[in-house]
Design a binder for this molecule. Structure first.
Ligand SMILES: CC(C)(COP(=O)(O)OP(=O)(O)OC[C@H]1O[C@@H](n2cnc3c(N)ncnc32)[C@H](O)[C@@H]1OP(=O)(O)O)[C@@H](O)C(=O)NCCC(=O)NCCS
Length: 160
């Protein structure tokens, strides 16, 4: 199943669809470009093959520009990672990815979605707040940043 939407910011149709095995390399490249600790290609490949994960990509003119990876266990789920190519940031692409993922999770009878986010990642915090996630708790010293400094993580949750 794929979903199309017209993005008025870039005046292009964006397609959201389930990631295929062949998409792993592009996803890992985007991941590497956006995160301090990148995932190995083999790890991404293993997630895409695994039925316990919902892996979506957003494509512009057949090129992947963003992705979301969600783990599903029975009726709960967790956003493992989400990112957009830097040039397409702030255009509503990840907002659409989250909305699409939520629709798909509801159809699978999933009842909640959680995630952890560094308390310094304001862009991501704004994205989740805008998408109705609620802050549940704080995990002290959860992440280590580029310069070795510990940062806290917020745990967010949304009941579906
Ligand atoms: C966080 C990230 C996924 C957001 O993706 P995005 O496609 O740019 O997000 P959207 O354009 O859908 O924006 C959604 C909301 O995020 C917030 N946002 C976007 N750009 C922002 C900025 N520069 N500063 C603050 N908030 C911002 C806004 O609230 C925005 O809603 P609005 O446009 O109605 O104001 C993206 O910045 C990214 O890939 N970051 C690197 C990887 C990462 O940190 N992932 C999250 C790990 S928890």
């Amino acid at each position: 199943m794929n979903d199309n939407f017209y993005n008025k910011n870039i005046r292009e149709v964006i397609i959201i669809e389930e990631a295929q095995y062949r998409d792993s390399k592009k996803i890992s490249e985007i991941h590497e470009s956006r995160f301090f600790k990148s995932y190995e290609l083999e790890y991404i490949q293993s997630l895409i093959k695994n039925d316990l994960y919902l892996n979506l990509v957003a494509k512009k003119e057949n090129t992947i520009i963003a992705f979301i990876i969600i783990q599903k266990v029975l009726d709960v789920s967790e956003i493992i990672t989400i990112a957009v190519i830097k040039n397409y940031e702030g255009l509503g692409i990840c907002h659409k990815l989250i909305l699409d993922a939520i629709d798909r999770l509801k159809k699978l009878n999933v009842k909640s979605i959680t995630l952890e986010v560094s308390n310094t990642n304001l862009r991501a915090i704004n994205l989740y707040s805008k998408n109705n996630f609620k802050k549940k708790s704080l995990r002290k010293n959860y992440y280590t940043d580029r310069i070795g400094k510990k940062t806290d993580a917020y745990l967010y949750e949304q009941k579906l």
